[in-house]
Every structure is written in structure tokens, then in C-alpha cells.
Design a protein around this ligand. Sequence first.
Ligand SMILES: Nc1ncnc2c1ncn2[C@@H]1O[C@H](COP(=O)(O)OP(=O)(O)OP(=O)(O)O)[C@@H](O)[C@H]1O
Length: 237
Amino acid sequence: MSIQPVSDEARCVPPLLAVRALGCERDERWLFQTLDFSLAAGEILQIEGPNGSGKTTLLKILSGQFHDHEGEVLWQGQPASRVRDDFLGSLLYLGHQPGIKGTLTALENLAWYQALGDAASSRNAAERRSLAWSALDAVGLAGFEDVPAQQLSAGQQRRIALARLHLTPRRLWVLDEPFTAIDIDGVQALEALLLAHAERGGSVVMTTHHRFSDVSRLRRIGLGQRAGAESREGAWA
Ligand SMILES: Nc1ncnc2c1ncn2[C@@H]1O[C@H](COP(=O)(O)OP(=O)(O)OP(=O)(O)O)[C@@H](O)[C@H]1O
């Protein structure tokens, strides 16, 4: 007799991340109001909307960087503010800008993130360096490890930032336009990486105009005129 796996829903496991009645006002203009959605383990949530509709603002709220909002963010069923250490220790945020230091080499940039706590502190220096080399290799930067970031192209600088996805095991990835400046091969590799993360039970919230070729784990919500609208697949256009 085979034993069927029991889904999180059947076991009443709360979603990894949820927002309830979320609203944000900027300069006396509501970017979004009464926003409700949840994200289960293994899902990728794509946030779409026109320029200025509040996508980056929403990601900053979801990653605990911006608190001036209505409603609440729940992490595994608990207010994120109440379980802040667990919440922040479980997420990795990559912003719209690469967030790297131009005067440091690719390897030094990753060492900087490792020193900030990106990698397990139990690793010794040689292990951390090996991990950073592997992460750079995984994003196609083998051979560029010792080049100052400011001498690398825009796409290569973005790849340094993306190397953190290989460096740091975190359940929730919050990514602002991660496909920016990435070439076709890089886009395919990043899409595969996001899907693999979801297949391992991780989750991703992201803004992107990229169209995924595999939408099996993808949900989409729209801000702006479509605020709160949600679809599981297909384009709105
Ligand atoms: N610190 C701030 N103070 C005041 N208004 C802000 C601030 N940051 C953003 N805004 C405003 O909030 C609105 C939403 O900005 P946000 O960056 O979230 O939009 P977005 O959807 O990510 O845009 P884009 O697609 O152009 O990146 C914009 O009109 C912006 O001017």
C-alpha cells in the first residue's frame, strides 16, 4: 500500500507569507489598499504593475524594510513584527540596484556579504572562500573573481548580486527585477534556479516583466489599476 503525502493545506499549515488588508499611501496617494494574498512554500509570486504603482514599495514592506503601512504581514501565521528574528533570518532580499561595492572585486563583495552574516558563521575562512568561488562560478563569473566590480558590465554586476542566491540558504527570496541586464542564457539559468528553489520548498516574491516559460509554480498579482487582481497563469495584456 502506498502512502500519499499530505499537503500543507490538508494539515492546516499556515502559508509561509501572507498579507492582510495591506495598504500604503505615498504623497497623499494610495499605491494599494486592502491587499490580501498569501504565498505557500513552493510558490513563486510575481508582482506586476506600471511604473510607480508601488511594486518596490510592496517588496520593501514584505522584507521588513518599510513599516509605514496599513494592515499586516504574517510570517507562518504570526505577525512578522512579532517573530522578526525568525522572519528576517529566513529571507534574502535583492534590491533593484545590484547593491555591490564597485571598488571591491566580485569575490570581495561576496566576502563582505558573508561577513554580514549571509553564510553560516560556523564555516571557516577556507570554506567561506570556496563557497564564494562556487557561487561566482554558478552565475558565470569564473575568471572574473578578482576584477573590481566597477570594471565589470552591468549584467556581470547583476550576476554578483545574484550569486548571493547560491551563497545563502534562505527559504524566502524577495527579488526586485532580478532579470535586469541579464542575457538570454542568464535569464534561462535564473528561471531554472528560481524553479529549483521552489521545488525544494522555498518561495519567491518578485517584481519582473519577465515571462516564465514554466508557470506551474507561478502566481501573479497586479498593482496599479489592477491592484489585488490575481491570476495563476497567462498574460493580462
Ligand atoms: N521615499 C519615498 N517618499 C515618497 N514617495 C516615494 C518614496 N519612494 C517611492 N515613492 C513613490 O511611491 C510610488 C511608488 O514607487 P515604487 O518605487 O514602489 O514603484 P514601482 O512600481 O516599483 O515603480 P517602477 O516600475 O518604476 O520601478 C512612486 O510614485 C514614488 O514616487
